[in-house]
Design a protein around this ligand. Structure first.
Ligand code: DC
Length: 237
């Protein structure tokens, strides 16, 4: 069980920067990056290719029986997701896949499959696991938990910049509404809602670059590793 609890789990709301931070951190520490969102996206890609509706729980359940979603590392230390052995890291970025993923992620059979897959992967290899249920549902006993946060306004601005860099002409107001709606949906859904684990170290990323957030995480990791090396003396009496 030690390996699985060794995981560094990172949660946070939409557009908090958690995916970028987790990927940078994993690369710097030489660990696997379990990007849980990429797993839901990979399954959605498979469903789209097979002509299956994302909400069709019966067919998706059958699809899961013959699906292998995994991660591998490149020579430069970065991690990529595989679907039945194929590198699908590019194909899963489309809007079509994102839309299907938000539906597929609500199916209980899918969540069950993903959570057990994520635990299995982390039992083989030390990892940074990122996603909205990683600190609470998937790795509740993780030794290191972080919650990357930022106010809605900041997160909406970031998402707006990203979308405009991709050629979108969406307004800031619309992005703010979308991110706000996603916050409400994420926090109120029945299965694995986004909640802040009381043990998680909260990092407000408002005025920090992803690199600076990674540095803060490394400071915390350093301190807790030091504490483990020099445990406090047992209480007398
Ligand atoms: O973070 P992302 O956009 O790549 O996630 C894709 C979808 O999967 C998104 O709708 C949220 C969902 N998801 C989830 O339900 N649980 C996770 N641990 C990660 C992502």
């Amino acid at each position: 069980m030690k390996q699985i609890n060794d995981v560094i789990a990172i949660d946070g709301p939409a557009a908090s920067g958690k995916t970028t931070v987790a990927s940078l951190l994993a690369k710097r520490l030489g660990l696997l990056n379990i990007n849980t969102g990429a797993m839901y996206r990979a399954l959605s890609l498979k469903a789209i290719r097979a002509g299956i509706q994302a909400g069709d729980s019966g067919k998706i359940g059958l699809l899961l029986d013959s699906t292998d979603i995994s991660f591998r590392r490149r020579a430069d230390g970065s991690t990529f997701v595989t679907l039945d052995g194929e590198d699908v890291s590019e194909q899963i970025r489309s809007q079509e896949v994102a839309r299907a993923a938000s539906i597929i992620a609500r199916l209980p059979a899918v969540r069950h499959y993903m959570v057990s897959r994520q635990k299995k992967i982390a039992s083989h290899m030390r990892a940074v696991a990122e996603g909205r249920d990683t600190t609470t549902v998937v790795f509740p006993k993780a030794r290191h938990k972080f919650f990357i946060d930022a106010p809605l306004e900041t997160r909406a601005r970031r998402r707006y910049k990203e979308l405009h860099a991709q050629g979108s002409s969406i307004s800031l107001e619309q992005v703010k509404e979308d991110v706000g709606t996603r916050d409400v949906a994420d926090c109120s859904r029945k299965l694995s809602p986004l909640t802040r684990d009381p043990d998680a170290v909260i990092i407000d990323s408002t005025n920090l670059t992803p690199e600076q957030v990674v540095e803060k995480i490394e400071e915390h990791l350093g301190q807790s590793l030091k504490r483990e090396a020099n445990p406090p003396p047992a209480e007398e009496g």
